[in-house]
Design a protein around this ligand. Structure first.
Ligand code: ZN
Ligand code: ZN
Length: 348
């Protein structure tokens, strides 16, 4: 019987914990549940297709040729912002490596001392001071880390996300530190697109009705009724959502903090992240620096597998040579000789 050690290189995204899905060899990252995201794509693309098919030819000839051009530009911008929000890392924080987790547990136990049997251990909290305000860092029992300020664990994606805003099924991803501005630009541009299509639907019906009658117009352009209905119901929700996020941005607050009432109420402190100036808050959220992903999804990881005998090709052990959640891009540390799997055989 012979033991064969196979060394294989895999991308780090293949071994990431959490409930995300990856495409294009780790370049695209989304939540696992994507049904509502496909509905969003269908509604936006479908409504725009009906607008271009039924209203645009008439409006371009009888009103202004720029109407379909501006609608097309707005549509492209909406889709770009949607895909940028949906396909990117929202700011997922790496979980602690086993040895890091053991060290943190030891630190916590040393700080808490011996808890008598039957008594609940004290909550795992650390305090930090931000702008003269005490902020509590909570311990995540899943990721085995003390979460940074403003981070929260998304139960759907099963990851801690930095500056967690909320999990949005409509975009099929968490909204956090790295994709919040694109999410806001998506809701803002979608509001404009919805108002634009709704307005020109009405203008189109009025212009055609004056020439050929209201009922004849509806018969000739059956898509208009459907568009008006979709736009009418979308308007309330999307414009309302954009208004709510404009309010949050002006206060430099997240949806999560707003729902939890982190900075409101009698016993709560003031929001330490706010600059107390609407313009400065908007600039920080919308024009501040972009943050690199700390997951290093496309980094290479060396996987060692031991095969026992050629007649039993099932791997007996799998060893990952390093922790897969580096904070830095360390692709350069790995051999990239292109030789693929190396076999080291030893016989018993
Ligand atoms: Zn977590
Ligand atoms: Zn999520």
């Amino acid at each position: 019987m012979s033991a064969v050690m196979i060394t294989r290189k895999v991308r780090k995204w293949e071994k990431l914990p959490g409930k995300n899905t990856f495409c294009c060899d780790g370049r695209v990252m989304m939540a696992r549940q994507k049904g509502v995201f496909y509905l969003t794509l269908f509604l936006i693309a479908g409504t725009c297709a009906l607008f271009f098919a039924f209203e645009c030819p008439y409006l371009a000839v009888h009103l202004c040729p720029a109407i379909p051009v501006f609608a097309a530009l707005l549509f492209v911008f909406v889709m770009a912002m949607l895909l940028r929000t949906s396909f990117s890392d929202p700011g997922v924080l790496p979980r602690a490596l086993p040895e890091e987790a053991t060290f943190i547990e030891m630190e916590i136990e040393a700080a808490n001392g011996n808890v008598p049997a039957g008594q609940r251990p004290p909550p795992r909290i650390r305090n930090v001071q931000i702008n003269n305000q005490i902020v509590k860092l909570k311990y995540c029992y899943t990721c085995k880390i003390f979460r940074p300020p403003r981070a929260s664990h998304c139960s759907i994606c099963d990851n801690c996300v930095d500056r967690f805003d909320h999990h949005c099924p409509w975009v099929g991803n968490c909204v956090g530190k790295r994709n919040y501005r694109y999410f806001y630009l998506f809701t803002l541009s979608l509001s404009l697109l919805t108002i634009y299509i709704f307005t020109f639907d009405i203008v189109h019906v009025v212009m055609r009705s004056m020439n050929g009658g209201f009922l004849n117009t509806l018969k000739e352009t059956p898509g208009t009724v459907l568009e008006v209905l979709v736009c009418f119901f979308t308007l309330w929700s999307v414009v309302g959502l954009t208004g709510f996020h404009t309010y949050l941005i002006s206060l430099n607050q997240t949806t999560n903090e707003d729902i939890k009432g982190s900075w409101s109420g009698k016993n709560r402190g003031q929001n330490p992240y706010s600059h107390k100036n609407i313009i400065k808050n908007c600039c920080e959220v919308l024009c501040g620096p972009t943050y690199p992903s700390v997951l290093d999804r496309r980094g290479l990881l060396q996987e060692d597998s031991t095969l026992v005998s050629s007649s039993n090709p099932v791997p007996q052990t799998t060893i990952y040579s390093v922790g897969f959640l580096g904070f830095v891009d360390n692709v350069g540390e790995w051999r990239e000789d292109g030789k693929g799997a190396q076999q080291m055989a030893s016989s018993k």
